[in-house]
Ligand binder design. Sequence first.
Ligand code: LLP
Length: 443
Amino acid sequence: MKKAKHIFAFFCLKDTYKIMKGIFPIDKFNNIETPFYYYDTKVLRETLDTIKREASKYENYHVHYAIKANANNKILEIISNSGLGADCVSGGEVKAAIKAGFPADKVVFAGVGKSDKEINLALDYNISCFNVESVPELEVINELAKAKGKVANVAFRINPNVGAHTHANITTGLAENKFGISMEDMDKVIDMAKEMNNVEFVGLHFHIGSQILEMDDFVALCNRVNQLQEKLTSMRIIVKSINVGGGLGIDYSHPNRKPIPSFAEFFNTYHKHIKLYPGQKLHFELGRAVVGQCGSLISRVIYVKEGTNKKFAILDAGMTDLIRPALYQAYHKIENISSDEPMETYDVVGPICESSDVFGKAIDLNKTHRGDLIALRSAGAYGEIMASRYNCRELPIVYRRRFNLIFIGVVAITTPIILLDANILIFLPEIYKLSICLSLLMI
Ligand code: LLP
């Protein structure tokens, strides 16, 4: 009897490993060149539905998507169709937002160093608000708006000097960080804006950091906002909107168990702690929490190498494809999705000539062989968008075919598209789309 229990436990454990892995169309992946980003749009849509459902429980809550997390065209289209606004930090992002269908009156533009060209572009699009981060920037926006005969809405990004329990490189709300206008300078900038004819002061903006899982950090921000709002009311100012930025984290350890972040808790925390005046709007700018869990980087094992006292699984993806582990020592769950063999321990590394090109040390994977497919999970946010061409590598999003292969036939060329079902999306580069059009023309 005892023995039977043991066997049962073993099977449970084995099954748990299976259950804990993501579900991927592996047969289809076998025909696709790696590495590539794979997006599960079902997860994305469910996440968006949850955001809309939870935010709509409160009056005047408006959610923007922080484009910096992932600017893949198709992802942006899905998000803009869901009705979210856009938060941008460059002219390029403003363009991408408009192109993807975000209405200009739902686009906000932040960033410490907006160039004249970028400001002019945003003015031309009539975006809803500039989140201004310094006095000189305010002066330039006023000047450029004047030249166009326009009045630009401005919110002041205030550095609230509120810490966040997250990695130092992604904390933004401390006095020592470069972001925002200091609380002490707030009155001065407001007075300046009042004197200017081509800007209208409409709100305050904050953002304390990213990958924040402790709601108390957001409570601390609410308390600061309340304090600053009291100060403004004593100056007889009530702004139209408060923008509290983004920052809600995701569960990198359990992407399968918990693919949708705790939006209910997040919005409720603000509801409980922030004091809004009647008619005041509360804006959010969520990036990671929207797209983080819908994406995985799929890679192939090139070699399994026996080191002196460990085994290395060497992948064809590296830090150029997903830089977060190298840059922030970030954890991404790694799964061998083509093997069901017993677990073994590996250092999972990329092929780049940098010692920091490591995805994870002492990782338990099903016994791994050359050619196995590896999924790096929770890579939908700050993955594809941060990829680089270091070492003259190709970008992972680009599933390239050369021009001389364009005419190899419709079937071969369209195969990757036929492979996709409604719930998955693999980004195809312009060159690929062009090749498909040319092929179709030839039929
Ligand atoms: N609003 C502002 C003004 C921001 O600077 C950011 C992110 C967001 C919103 C969106 O934050 P989220 O909801 O995604 O936490 N590359 C880093 C993250 C950098 C975040 C920069 N700012 C990473 O891979 O962890």
